[in-house]
Design a protein around this ligand. Sequence first.
Ligand SMILES: CC(C)(COP(=O)(O)OP(=O)(O)OC[C@H]1O[C@@H](n2cnc3c(N)ncnc32)[C@H](O)[C@@H]1OP(=O)(O)O)[C@@H](O)C(=O)NCCC(=O)NCCS
Length: 152
Amino acid sequence: MVAENESSVELSCITFSDCLREVNWEEASTVFELAPLGRQKREPEKLKRAFEASYAVIVVYDSGKLVDMGRALCDGEYQAAIYDMVVLPEYQGKGIGKEMISRIFKKLPVENIILYSVPGREGFYMKCGFRKMRTAMAKLNPFMSDQDSGYL
Ligand SMILES: CC(C)(COP(=O)(O)OP(=O)(O)OC[C@H]1O[C@@H](n2cnc3c(N)ncnc32)[C@H](O)[C@@H]1OP(=O)(O)O)[C@@H](O)C(=O)NCCC(=O)NCCS
């Protein structure tokens, strides 16, 4: 649950949206860079297409400034996958990520929801109710396939 706390960021002006019409995709790209998520810059146009092609999205604003976002793919009947959960550093650790996941869950009409975590963020997803799988497998790009990346 998002609530005000004693940290430097005041959370009373935080709003959650599932509408992409107002998103400034340059601003969104910067959020990915600062969070950070991924090694490569997210091109605004690609980011826009990816979010628009998603089944469920969440965008978080602080007094109109885009500060966090996330999305899920889904077939509408059986399966879903969560991607691209990003919270700006100064907003991390305040319950916003968990609230975003909870809101995405409500939009997914399926019981099977998968994801892969950035190494080191597994604890966050476990707090959101995810459990490690015994049989999960993936075919990944060269960077993620590298043993040093921490994914395999
Ligand atoms: C991962 C991320 C989305 C989490 O969002 P957040 O708003 O900071 O997380 P919350 O404050 O909602 O944390 C919810 C719970 O998870 C815990 N948690 C958060 N990050 C954690 C971590 N890295 N390891 C273990 N636990 C963690 C919190 O302590 C909290 O526990 P509580 O419910 O017992 O209080 C955010 O840190 C982020 O954007 N990181 C950079 C980008 C990234 O790596 N995204 C993940 C892509 S897979």
